[in-house]
Design a protein around this ligand. Structure first.
Ligand code: FMN
Length: 323
């Protein structure tokens, strides 16, 4: 029903708008509609079969919302009601940011993909923190994605959220924020984690980029495994050049990423049998979700498929996992 409504009615209307406006419209609706009213129509009843443990924390489904969809903690409570097991809020920097000039988000309808060069437009960590304080979601279903321009800023940022989430995701892999590339090496990863572990035991995920040389994951991930309760998110968007974007380059997400997500997962799982892995990139069907979980992913994150397939996608995946 939800699928039908979305694909034959709502999506047609939303796709008449430019992608950022469509996002704002949906986000405002989800922010303003009271939870109780939303739940009467859309609440998903989880089966026990889909519950999953991530770093000792129980989530009702292994499929969550990927970072970037709810940058400012405005729609997460509704996504959790729809059947997502957890939501990654952010990426947030401490200070509010405008992001890159527009155009910075392109819909590629025929491919089921998006190309974005947003570069973290957000209300900033303190506003998000206030929203979390006033409208809390269960801590055990929230991951906060943080970043920063220096190691110290990243640590300061993650500490702000430690009472509101079961884990933080450190984003060092957005292709749209040039400053981040300096953290993609084993010394920086080790240094960030060492500093973090001096001040918090909160589980941490490092969100890694799609690397050209697959062997380089060994070096990066080895550094993460010197610390307790550290996992990885594989992976962020695919860096591309695109003259339709004001800045000329961005990150591709959606269907075509799935094969690379699966091969990176298989490679990393073989080298690191014990590590906690969350997979992100191109997941758009129950079969693909199953394939990743059976290939060793501990949990999954979805963004672009929600835009193209609609909210019914999570019910389909959950239902298929509970048999
Ligand atoms: C418009 C847009 C904004 C995004 N913003 C973020 C972000 O702020 N932080 C982050 O770690 N990833 C961000 N991502 C990447 C997603 O979290 C995800 O890793 C990627 O889109 C691949 O998954 P998908 O194919 O299911 O969309 C963004 C993706 C899109 C499409």
């Amino acid at each position: 029903m939800l699928n039908f409504l979305y694909k034959y009615f709502l999506r047609k209307i939303l796709f008449l708008l430019n992608p950022e406006t469509a996002h704002k419209v949906v986000e405002s609706f989800l922010y303003l509609i009271p939870n109780k009213l939303f739940n009467i129509f859309f609440k998903y009843n989880f089966s026990k079969d889909t519950s999953t443990v991530i770093f000792g924390n129980n989530v009702p489904s292994p499929v969550g919302i990927a970072a970037g969809l709810d940058k400012d903690y405005k729609s997460t409570p509704k996504y959790l009601s729809l059947g997502f097991g957890f939501s990654v809020v952010g990426t947030t920097m401490i200070n509010p940011r405008k992001g890159n000039p527009k155009p910075r988000l392109i819909r590629e309808k025929s491919k089921g993909e998006l190309v974005n060069a947003l570069s973290f437009p957000s209300d900033g960590s303190y506003k998000i923190l206030n929203r979390l304080k006033n409208y809390p979601s269960p801590r055990e279903r929230i991951i906060i994605s943080v970043s920063g321009t220096s190691e110290e800023e990243i640590i300061e940022n993650l500490l702000l959220f430690q009472d509101f989430c079961f884990a933080v995701e450190i984003n060092i892999s957005s292709p749209n924020t040039t400053d981040l590339k300096k953290f993609v090496n084993h010394n920086s990863i080790r240094s960030i984690l060492k500093k973090s572990r001096k001040v918090t035991n909160l589980p941490i995920f490092i969100k890694l980029p799609r690397l050209l040389e697959i062997e380089y994951y060994d070096e990066l991930i080895k550094a993460t495994q010197e610390f307790d309760q550290v996992g990885v998110v594989l992976c962020n968007t695919l860096p591309v050049t695109d003259s339709r974007l004001s800045v000329g380059n961005g990150g591709r997400s959606g269907k075509s990423l799935f094969d690379s997500t699966l091969s990176i997962l298989k490679y990393v799982r073989k080298s690191f049998p014990e590590i906690t892995i969350l997979c992100s990139g191109g997941i758009s069907s129950p079969d693909q979700a199953k394939m990743l979980l059976e290939s060793g992913a501990n949990a999954l994150q979805i963004y672009t498929a929600l835009i193209y397939e609609g909210p019914g996608i999570i019910k389909e995946i959950n239902d298929s996992l509970s048999y």
